[in-house]
Design a protein around this ligand. Structure first.
Ligand code: NAP
Length: 278
């Protein structure tokens, strides 16, 4: 199959490398010519250009640009796609994209590979990054069933765990387990930096180890991506943040009131519940 990838960054270049290894012909489009050149040099694409016209005739196009460029990219693609071209995206939010994208492009299927690192750009691309990770498709009533199956087949070929959800279910679920953790983790780093005694701050920085590494990882990632999540998944993220703030207030109240039994009960329940997520 000929697969077009638009946006050869962490996600786009990683998908390109995996699908090319499986024998597909990869046609890459990115914003910068230097990125297109790297894609060819590293064997991530067979052909690559900054010009969308290179995508004319490909079977499937996967849009892996930043979230705010996904709908404009579909508009730009229209002169080069046929009635049979399947178009999907990798955006981390879905409600802000899927209905509008489907109106513009009848064979659009919303998608979200749930894998990544704190890095960005083509240099961060990794082989096998999606294996054994969830990959969600978010079809709506107007989505062409053949297009869904075509994207699902490509996703299965990466050994991903395939899930389906509506765009709004997807956005609320990822707010809880992805977008809320980014904001919580970012707030953790900022709160630590608020330590007013420079000696204590330096000591804390020297002592930081695996616990801080785990809890600060997502808050110290790609700022552009975090901002896009907040902007384009605003309602779901606000709902999850308010829920989180309520829990934090409960913990503050319990500690202020010396309610150690309550703290112990909460932490014991969390120990059990965590395994339901991981
Ligand atoms: P990224 O590493 O910053 O890559 C995006 C690439 O898109 C950039 O490297 C840039 O390439 C290119 N680009 C930017 N504007 C473009 C345009 N108008 N036309 C063509 N190419 C353009 O970002 P990413 O982490 O791969 O994220 C890409 C998408 O995947 C986003 O929608 C994000 O929500 C989603 N996603 C991210 C993750 C994650 O953990 N990072 C996980 C799942 C899904 P140049 O080098 O050419 O400038």
């Amino acid at each position: 199959m000929q697969i077009g990838i638009v946006g050869l960054g962490l996600i786009g270049a990683s998908l390109a490398g995996d699908w090319r290894s499986l024998g597909h012909e990869i046609v890459g489009v990115s914003r910068q010519q230097s990125t297109c050149n790297i894609a060819i040099e590293r064997g991530l694409a067979d052909r690559s250009s900054t010009d969308m016209a290179i995508l004319a005739g490909v079977d499937t196009i996967v849009i892996c640009t930043p979230i705010d460029k996904i709908l404009p990219t579909i508009e730009q693609l229209l002169p080069y796609i046929s009635a049979h071209t399947v178009v999907t995206d990798a955006g981390s939010v879905k409600a802000a994209i899927v209905a509008d994208a489907t109106k513009i492009c009848p064979n659009f299927v919303g998608g979200h590979p749930m894998a990544g690192t704190a890095q960005s750009g083509i240099e961060a691309a990794e082989r096998g990054m999606f294996a054994n990770k969830p990959y969600i498709l978010t079809p709506i009533a107007a989505t062409n069933p053949q297009a869904i199956e075509s994207v699902a087949e490509l996703v299965r070929s990466l050994d991903c765990q395939l899930y389906y959800a509506t765009p709004s279910q997807h956005d609320l679920a990822v707010a809880w387990i992805s977008h809320l953790p980014v904001m919580v983790s970012a707030s953790l780093i900022a709160a630590c930096m608020g330590e007013v005694d420079p000696e204590v701050l330096k000591l804390a920085q020297n002592l930081a180890s695996s616990g801080f590494k785990d809890t600060s990882r997502v808050g110290g990632g790609n700022p552009e991506l975090g901002t896009m999540m907040a902007r384009y998944n605003r309602d779901a993220l606000l709902k999850s943040l308010v829920g989180y703030r309520d829990r934090l207030d409960g913990i503050i109240d319990a500690i202020e009131s010396h309610h150690w039994e309550e703290i112990s009960t909460t932490l014991s329940q969390n120990q059990i519940d965590r395994s339901e997520f991981l």
